[in-house]
Every structure is written in structure tokens, then in C-alpha cells.
Write a protein that binds this ligand. Structure first.
Ligand SMILES: [Zn+2]
Length: 376
């Protein structure tokens, strides 16, 4: 069975090892030795060089003793800022930081849960199918780890479980949107605002008009758009020659997102037309959506395991992307499991020990059911 104290101890140990995005080197080294001790074969892929990070993704294999669906568990190693020198505190069944950093339970709660569940299964000598663990880098800065993951190194996996969802354990995310990033640059012409303004083209005014005409916010129940950053101008006495706008589109439907991105682009171009300014728009497709229906084997497995762990399974959709988007796009059907982390990305982040335990018991349940050939 899962060992509560060992789980808490290992979580506390993990959050005290710094691992900001692209700087997960020391944490990866720590995980390597933990996974080696569990008898897993551990490799690192080549992502470090691609993203200019300290380490690539960590991929660990447990050879199977059972001819059953190959399982994959995934969580990300990186944490957001302020995330250096985390000093975790336990009080009344809750773990939090000292208040000057995030806790880093996003996503070390997921990693600790996976590691302890595998440890418990190994200690008990459960006969398991092949199990693969993927610990990604740089998730927080655009899913860079899973985007560049060496899927040949991972090999076949029939069911994927990412542990990186908010909400109470038992919540299973089966749908998540796709996302595009738009960066629009309006080029006007600089001039002295008092001496020769007629020779200038005010990029701020052109950009303002372009933004004012855009459909933003909630477009329909599964589609949203936002302009989130505007940058430009140098001084009040200079007609500004350049403004940069950054925005995004999301939808649970890939075609709607693509159509919306195209529409925003066209509207901005039309709005600039005839002003003398020019606009260049770069679009980057960040990740694709996924949608798994309730009869899908990986969804049924997650539901069954949640029930076996005494949790209430709830199928939900998410408003954001996770490593599950990338794994699904790579052909590994993957759900994202909620792990109870609260107020993530703030210095008030906390984690209930009960939720940490429940996430761990859920992973253990998946392994246990698999060992009994009873996951389907
Ligand atoms: Zn996360």
C-alpha cells in the first residue's frame, strides 16, 4: 500500500530542489537516482539543446511482466517564479510555502504521487504491464518539454495519465482546447510631435483602432479570444512608430480556433489598410485540442481506478493546455488527472495532504487494476 509518511517526505524533499523552467538540471538528477532505485531504466531525451535548458525530459521504463495495455504517467518538473529556495511548512494537514515563493506542488504533487505509487507497487511485487514515466521540462513556458519530447524514446503507450489538473482528485479532464498565439506589429512613422507631426504616422492610434474592432472575450461556449499585451511608444513628444500587440485564440474545436485566428488577422489588416501604417502578424500554433469520450479505454480506466480508490470520478473539460494535449497529438490517448493543488502560480499556493494521498492512491489503483488485468 501507499505509505503516507514516505509520500509526504518525498514531496517535501522535491519542492526544496529548485527547478524553474529550463533550469531543472538538479531536480532531474535527483529524480534519476530515485527512479534507478525503483529498478527503472532512466534516459534523458535531447530537448535540453533544443530549448537551451539544463536538462531534457526524463523518460523511465519499467519492463512489463504482463501482456496488457502499456501505461504512461506524466508530470512536469518545472515550477514558476518566485520558486527558488522553497521552504515548505506543514500545518493542519496542509502544506504551503513560507509565503515568499510558490509551493511548487504544481507539479511536484503529481511527481511525488507517481513515484510513491510505483514504489508501493514494486515493494508489493505487483506483476505490472510495461510502465513508462515521462517527466517533462519547461511545461510552464508553453509546453516546451512535451512539444519536443522524443517520442521514439518513449515508444508505445496505450493509455496516458498526466497528473497536472486543478480540482479535487477524481476529476478527470477529457477535453482541452487548442491555442494560437498572435503577435501583431504595427509600423507607423516617427516624427517630432510638436515640430512636424504631419510627417508622422501614429502607430498607437492605428493599433487602437485595430484592437477596437476585434471580437474578443468569449466567442462561443468553446471558443475565446484575447489581446493581452500592448507595447509601444517612447516619449510624449514623439509620434510613435511602432506598437506590438500580443494575443491568443483558444477553442475546444481546432477548426473554430483556426477560423477565428484567420478572422482576427484579416480584421487587423483591413483596419490598418489606408492609414499609411503597415502591420505584420505572426501566428504560432501552440498546441492542438483533444477530446476523449467516456467510452474510450483510457477514460474508462481512469473512472474505474477513481472508484476503486474511493474517489468520485467526474469527467470535465479544461480551459487550458497541458502536456496531455501534446501526448494526445502524438497518438497516446491521455487524460489529465486533478491533483488538488490550490492557488497555483501564487505565493499562497497550498496542497492538502489528503489530496496528495488521494492522487497517489489513484495512480496506485491504476497499477493495481492493471496488475489484475482489470483496467478495461
Ligand atoms: Zn502544472
Amino acid at each position: 500500500m501507499v505509505d503516507r509518511n514516505r509520500l509526504i517526505e518525498s514531496f517535501m524533499e522535491m519542492v526544496q530542489i529548485d527547478s524553474l523552467s529550463r533550469r531543472e538540471g538538479r531536480f532531474a538528477e535527483y529524480l534519476r537516482s530515485v527512479l534507478n532505485d525503483l529498478g527503472m531504466e532512466v534516459t534523458e531525451d535531447g530537448t535540453a539543446a533544443i530549448i537551451n535548458g539544463q536538462t531534457g525530459n526524463i523518460v523511465a521504463h519499467l519492463p512489463g511482466e504482463l501482456d496488457a495495455p502499456v501505461l504512461l504517467f506524466c508530470a512536469h518538473m518545472d515550477t514558476v517564479e518566485p520558486g527558488l529556495r522553497v521552504k515548505p511548512k506543514v500545518r493542519d494537514g496542509v502544506i504551503s510555502s513560507a509565503g515568499d515563493t510558490v509551493l511548487g506542488g504544481d507539479d511536484k504533487a503529481g511527481i511525488a504521487a507517481i513515484v510513491e505509487a510505483v514504489r508501493a507497487a514494486r515493494t508489493e511485487g505487483l506483476r505490472l504491464p510495461a510502465v513508462k514515466l515521462v517527466f517533462t521540462v519547461a511545461e510552464e513556458v508553453g509546453l516546451l518539454g512535451s512539444k519536443n519530447l522524443d517520442y521514439h524514446l518513449v515508444g508505445r503507450a496505450d493509455m496516458g495519465f498526466v497528473l497536472d489538473g486543478d480540482g479535487a482528485p477524481g476529476k478527470i479532464i477529457v477535453r482541452a482546447p487548442s491555442q494560437d498565439r498572435l503577435v501583431a506589429t504595427v509600423h507607423g512613422r516617427a516624427a517630432h510631435a510638436g515640430v512636424n507631426p504631419e510627417q508622422g504616422i501614429n502607430a498607437i492610434q492605428v493599433a487602437a483602432k485595430a484592437v477596437a474592432g476585434l471580437p474578443l472575450g468569449r466567442i462561443d461556449e468553446e471558443t475565446t479570444a484575447n489581446i493581452g499585451v500592448i507595447r509601444g511608444g517612447q516619449a510624449i513628444n514623439i509620434v510613435p512608430d511602432k506598437v506590438v500587440l500580443e494575443g491568443e485564440t483558444r477553442s475546444l474545436d481546432d477548426r473554430k480556433r483556426a477560423a477565428l485566428t484567420a478572422r482576427l488577422t484579416r480584421l487587423m489588416e483591413e483596419s490598418v489598410h489606408g492609414t499609411g501604417a503597415e502591420i505584420t502578424i505572426e501566428v504560432e500554433h501552440l498546441y492542438s485540442s483533444f477530446r476523449l469520450d467516456e467510452s474510450h479505454p483510457v477514460v474508462r480506466a481512469a473512472v474505474k481506478a477513481a472508484e476503486a480508490a474511493g474517489l468520485q470520478p467526474v469527467l470535465e473539460q479544461s480551459g487550458g493546455g497541458s502536456d496531455a494535449n501534446m501526448l494526445n497529438a502524438a497518438g497516446i490517448p491521455t487524460v489529465n488527472l486533478a491533483i488538488g493543488m490550490e492557488k497555483v502560480h501564487t505565493t499562497e499556493e497550498y496542497l492538502r495532504i489528503k489530496d496528495l494521498m488521494d492522487s497517489c492512491r489513484l495512480v496506485y489503483s491504476i497499477l493495481k487494476l492493471a496488475s489484475e488485468g482489470d483496467l478495461g
